[in-house]
Design a protein around this ligand. Structure first.
Ligand code: NAD
Length: 435
């Protein structure tokens, strides 16, 4: 366990390397951080140019016949950012407002996440521009199968392995697996992860991201010399990642003083009973009306006093506007991209430690890797084995990132990018360019 002093980088270094910090474009936000790390590493121009653009950006049309008989054509994307470390890995999201730039940013984040966790994967992401709330299960199945058929030569257990993301789930993964298997004429479970356990999914996969967030939170608290017992935690978002994180942190002795969902924030300085909140949301679908907590807005909730703030809802929640109002000592990013690039230097100047998304929420892809390994071996692990391996992988990754940040006198975020880029660029140099 490293115990070096945490020394965040200065605003000046940040602005020199990446002057355009304020941007609404997720790919540019990612590039802002990438540029700083590349500069610190003195990355050769050729390697920089190689890594800044995705290897493939595929746009497909996804035609289906709706239940009404009408033929509708949706737009689908698959971006493979990099395959230097191995076959590409990344989720598929269904959303009406998804853009190619968003998918490009998410694909690059997957490259860095896999590198940080030491997984033999490159990064990818996919999407279909559709509104799943306006589609029935049959139409969703058709979209999934049509999208998979279009990408049949791209996907494969040795090539590109999808997983669930926003608005996609185990059932959708089962349809992808079945479509692919029918094309190749044998059952290939390892083509996709996040499947139902009965179809070759892994135990522990559903809880993996939240469990990973809990593991790195424990590591960071230890480093800051804050005892987890009674440490006050606020979790924004109470879906898969947020609810599991809250539950597991409570089990570690933390006091969860605030939780939230789309309906608002719920705050109780004496602590919220998380199993009760989970039961409540199961029954009521939302947290609205939950007893024993004061109702605040999401914006108000994240500025309440706590030791740890876990944004686990969506992107762009911690911004240059509210970063100076936060009242916490540690932020652990359960969500992807919850902090805008222009908030980074403010948090650093305030000495708030941030465990970045590309490390903190990588528990999901790590257990996806375990699922892929189990499928390829045809040998399935116990839950204990999955969780122990996850703990080891997350702690090891945290320590590597921490050491890199300390070595370069940077934040953990920039440390994470430096560590990942160093690994991918070092491998790239050894492999060389083909042809
Ligand atoms: P989810 O859909 O299960 O839950 C999202 C939660 O956020 C819900 O409680 C929702 O009500 C809440 N929410 C939505 N908009 C909000 C807003 N404006 N303010 C406050 N709360 C809001 O999603 P999830 O799977 O838990 O994912 C959450 C985040 O974690 C996303 O950024 C996702 O990309 C990231 N992530 C998820 C996984 C995973 O394995 N599920 C892995 C890595 C990263």
């Amino acid at each position: 366990m490293p115990n070096r002093k945490y020394t965040p980088y200065s605003k000046a270094v940040y602005q020199e390397a990446s002057p355009n910090l304020k941007t609404e474009n997720p790919f540019e936000e990612m590039m802002g951080r990438f540029n700083i790390a590349a500069e610190l590493l003195n990355l050769e121009e050729g390697i920089y140019n190689f890594l800044k653009v995705p290897a493939y950006q595929i746009i497909v049309s996804v035609p289906i016949q709706m239940d009404s008989g009408e033929i509708r054509v949706f737009e689908g994307y698959r971006v493979i950012h990099d395959v230097t470390l191995g076959p590409s890995k990344g989720g598929i999201r269904f959303a009406p407002d998804v853009t190619l730039d968003e998918v490009k940013a998410l694909a690059a984040w997957m490259t860095w996440k896999c590198a940080i966790l030491g997984l033999p994967f490159g990064g990818a992401k996919g999407a279909v521009k559709c509104d799943p709330t306006k589609l029935n299960p049959k139409e969703l199945e058709k979209i999934t199968r049509s999208y998979t058929a279009r990408l049949i030569d791209i996907f494969g257990p040795e090539r590109d392995i999808p997983a669930p993301d926003m608005n996609t789930n185990e059932q959708i993964m089962a349809w992808i697996m079945d479509t692919y298997s029918n094309h190749v004429n044998y059952t290939e479970t390892a083509v996709v992860t996040g499947k139902p356990v009965i179809l070759g999914g892994s135990l522990g996969r559903l809880e993996a991201t939240g469990r990973g967030v809990m593991i790195v939170t424990m590591r960071a608290l230890n480093n800051l010399h804050i005892s987890p017992y009674g440490a006050k935690v606020i979790v924004q978002g109470f879906g898969n990642v947020g609810s599991v994180t809250a539950k597991l942190l409570e089990e570690q002795g933390c006091k969860i003083v605030g939780i939230s969902d789309i309906t608002g924030g719920y705050y109780n300085p004496d602590g919220i009973n998380i199993p009760d909140a989970i039961e409540y949301i199961k029954k009521n679908k939302v947290l609205s009306g939950m007893p024993n907590a004061e109702n605040l807005t999401n914006e108000e909730l994240i500025t309440q006093h706590c030791d740890v703030l876990v944004p686990a809802a969506k992107e762009d929640q911690i911004t240059a506007e509210n970063a100076s109002k936060l009242n916490c000592r540690l932020i652990v990013e359960g969500a992807n991209g919850p902090t805008t690039a222009d908030a980074d230097p403010i948090l650093n100047d305030r000495n708030i430690m941030v465990v970045p998304d590309i490390l903190a929420n990588a528990g999901g892809v790590t257990v996806s890797y375990f699922e892929w390994v189990q499928d390829r071996q045809g040998f399935f692990w116990s839950l204990d084995r999955v969780n122990n391996n996850l703990k080891q992988a997350m702690e090891n990754a945290f320590d590597k990132v921490f050491d890199t940040a300390a070595k370069f006198k940077q934040s953990l975020r920039i440390g994470a990018y430096v560590y990942a880029i160093e690994k991918v660029s070092g491998t790239l140099k050894l492999r060389g360019l083909y042809p």
